[in-house]
Design a protein. Structure first.
Length: 300
């Protein structure tokens, strides 16, 4: 024990930096070479998001609000990719909006990455539409409770919403059987719950994907006002696993496209880093208490 304490006390911190680099780089290399990711066991909150989309009849209109910017893309873009992937595969109508200024750009990127690439049969304006950004935060949410087209009169490209086939039958937000918000902060999931879900008297069913920082704030709303939740990159990985499994060929002859494995691929280095941190904390505590015991023995 004394030898261990002496080694830890004299350990150059650069060895710790090297160990962390290896803990992160090792899983990245292994996953990159083998193409295999860590197995995921979906939590009830993640499974609820999947079931909320899966249970709707084909052609159902779904409102997707991109309430984040590129700064939170590491956690939220994999969620957005898989959410659109499942919606497109099930033939739902996707109505995209954004309450953050950079949201429409991220919507276009996701549409290009998923819909235009893998679902070229889906037509813009018929099967999906990007209505763009609208400023006003909670004010926008209050308006769409009674008049959706007043808040979003035109599409991002400038077409009148009244002429868009995808918006047929949509007068207010309660006309959507499901609201999905991908949220990084304010305005986001919490405001959608407070100003739309609660104000609608429970008529609006909502699920969300959110950052790790926001997740603890939303747990009190689940599963009453919030029907399902994807928390941080872990929630994204769980949801990815569900979607990929459901859409995989029955004979498993083809592996999922790497773009639908982004979150699962990131879980490897995260696990390696966390295990190293836990090990260092344990070793540090052992060294601390051992040194204190030695010092107490010497003074007595």
């Amino acid at each position: 024990m004394k030898t261990l304490v002496a080694i830890l006390e004299k350990l150059d911190r650069r060895w710790i930096f090297l160990a962390m680099a290896l803990a992160v780089a090792g899983p990245i290399l292994i996953i990159g070479i083998t193409g295999k990711t860590l197995p995921e066991t979906p939590t009830p909150a993640a499974r609820a998001v999947y079931n909320a989309i899966e249970s709707l009849p084909p052609g159902s209109p779904i409102l997707l609000s991109f309430d984040f910017d590129p700064g939170s893309g590491g956690e939220l873009l994999p969620m957005a990719t898989s959410l659109v992937h499942q919606c497109a595969a099930r033939g739902h109508r996707m109505i995209f909006i954004a309450l953050w200024p950079l949201g429409p750009t991220l919507i276009d990127q996701t549409i290009k990455k998923v819909i235009q690439s893998d679902y070229p049969n889906l037509k813009e304006g018929v099967d999906y539409v990007n209505l763009g950004f609208q400023s006003g935060n909670e004010a926008v949410m209050k308006v769409i409770l009674t008049d959706f087209r007043k808040a979003f009169p035109t599409t991002k490209s400038g077409s009148a919403v009244s002429t868009v086939a995808a918006m047929k039958g949509i007068e207010r937000v309660s006309d959507f059987p499901l609201l999905i918000t991908i949220s990084a902060g304010y305005p986001g999931a919490k405001e959608w719950i407070q100003y739309v879900v609660s104000s609608s008297g429970g008529k609006v069913k909502m699920v969300t994907g959110c950052t790790g920082v926001q997740t603890p704030q939303l747990f009190p709303y689940y599963p009453a006002q919030l029907n399902g939740m994807l928390g941080a990159i872990k929630g994204a990985a769980e949801y990815e696993a569900l979607v990929n499994e459901s859409l995989a060929p029955k004979d498993h002859s083809a592996a999922p496209n790497p773009k639908y494995l982004e979150a699962q691929r990131r879980m490897g280095p995260q696990l390696g880093a966390h295990l190293l941190m836990v090990a260092l904390i344990i070793l540090g505590n052992i060294a601390f208490f051992a040194a204190r015991k030695t010092k107490a023995g010497a003074t007595s």
